[in-house]
Unconditional design. Structure first.
Length: 463
């Protein structure tokens, strides 16, 4: 098997993907070439006044049919050919395409005047597009063969050894060239071919190498991200331990296991416990997100979203009652498809959204939760008429630790909740979109709308 694969590209997927794409592009371009050849005959004969000989009409027509035929075969074969470097692969298919095209083009050039042919410039075009895929030595060898065959035809034409198939009507007077003109023409033609290959092949190789360097840089960044997440996990675990101890001591005191405590002190300790619980919740979210990114830990289950929804609404009831927020669940699903998701992560994501909708809402505010089947999954919307999120914060929401605008400075948010939800959605091939103001917003309370498109399990429903 002819080895035409650069060493640096053997295991480089982007290189193989680009070869496959360009092969398909050349196949589509070849269909256009067949149409152009037919139009060249028809327009030239009937509109431009060209007088093609019967040999020219026959040769151009047969060549167009041959191009169409082998292009149809290439179109079939392209889906079968693999990217295995040790076997016949898509790069060999590129070489076959180029050989067939150059052969067809040489026939067309011969039957349209050789040195006087308007089609000879397409050799340069083929050298350029071939250099985008094939290695340099293959292209230089191809160019040498083209120049050799073209030179032989020019000299045979000059000495009358072959027919002069010049297109009658293309020139105003008969063209006769001296031998010196042929030599100069061939020299310039060869220079154009080789320079085109040099430039195109150099640029293409540099682009491939740059792409590979970029892929390597991305891989190094991913490794650095993993190292960062490991560091975060270790650091957060160290912080979590003393906080857990503090909460345990506060529980002992508040439950009066250590003796009676005055009411004022109890109130202050109760607030301290609330803050400690918030800190532990935040730390647990950081740990969960770090594990999600670092280990890609998921336990996919198939379940009805309403099962988790009921748990979340039950767990947030106390917070909802404290602000007198009215929650309305609207289920507009035609059927009850199950979703494929890590149930614990989905609970965490939904809990973050509902808690945010309540926490950053006004007193006696509204929260609406919509469920609806859409073409690409399940649409879940959590809508409120609270403080809303400013546009610049929405644009930056995928960055960690964006601080949301709090309501009367009573609540604080690290912004980690929405970041965590976004990360969970990405890990489950789902999407999240944030809109503010919401559809139930008011001038003073614009509100926020979070839309989730969740992947639905195939063949599973709740009927």
């Amino acid at each position: 098997m002819l080895i035409i694969i650069p060493k640096w590209a053997t295991n480089y997927n982007e290189f193989w993907n680009s070869v496959i794409q360009r092969n398909f592009w050349f196949i589509k371009l070849r269909y256009a070439a067949v149409v152009i050849l037919v139009l060249f005959l028809l327009i030239g004969q009937f509109l431009l006044g060209f007088k093609f000989s019967s040999a020219q009409i026959y040769a151009i027509s047969i060549t167009a049919i041959c191009i169409l035929f082998y292009n149809l075969e290439l179109h079939k074969v392209k889906n079968i050919v693999t990217c295995n470097p040790d076997k016949f692969n898509c790069l060999h298919l590129s070489l076959i395409q180029m050989v067939l095209d150059l052969t067809a083009l040489m026939v067309l050039v011969y039957y349209t005047g050789i040195i006087d042919s308007p089609l000879y410039m397409f050799f340069i075009f083929h050298m350029v597009i071939g250099s985008m895929i094939l290695p340099g030595y293959i292209m230089y060898l191809s160019a040498s063969v083209v120049v050799l065959v073209f030179s032989i035809l020019v000299f045979m034409q000059n000495f009358g050894l072959v027919d002069n198939n010049i297109i009658v009507g293309l020139f105003a007077y008969p063209r006769q060239h001296k031998l010196m003109f042929g030599l100069i023409f061939i020299t310039i033609f060869a220079m154009m071919l080789f320079i085109s290959i040099l430039l195109a092949n150099t640029i293409a190789n540099k682009l491939y190498i740059r792409e590979q360097e970029l892929q390597d840089s991305v891989a190094r960044l991913n490794e650095a991200e993993k190292s960062k997440q490991k560091y975060v996990l270790g650091l957060v675990h160290e912080i979590k331990s003393p906080l857990t101890a503090i909460r345990s001591i506060l529980d002992l005191v508040l439950n009066q296991y250590l003796g009676t405590v005055e009411e004022d002190v109890m109130n202050k300790l109760d607030r301290a416990r609330i803050r400690t619980n918030e800190a532990l919740t935040l730390i647990n979210n950081v740990i969960r997100m770090a594990k999600l990114r670092l280990l890609d830990i998921k336990q996919i289950e198939v379940f009805d979203v309403l099962d988790v929804m009921e748990q979340v609404l039950k767990s947030t009831k106390e917070l909802c009652d404290s602000k007198e927020v009215k929650i309305e669940l609207i289920d507009n699903r035609n059927d009850k498809p199950f979703i494929e998701f890590d149930k614990l992560l989905f609970h965490l994501a939904l809990s973050n959204l509902v808690c945010n909708a309540i926490k950053y809402n006004q007193i006696r505010g509204k929260v609406k939760i919509y469920l609806k089947n859409v073409e690409n999954g399940l649409l879940l919307k959590v809508i409120d008429n609270g403080v809303g999120i400013e546009q610049q914060d929405i644009e930056r929401i995928n960055k960690e630790y964006i601080r949301a605008k709090d309501f009367n400075n009573q609540n604080e948010s690290s912004g980690l909740g929405l970041t965590l939800v976004s990360e969970i959605m990405k890990q489950h091939h789902s999407t999240m979109e944030i809109i503010s103001p919401s559809e139930i917003g008011e001038p003073e309370h614009p509100g926020t709308e979070v839309r989730l498109i969740i992947h639905v399990a195939n063949g599973n429903n709740g009927d």
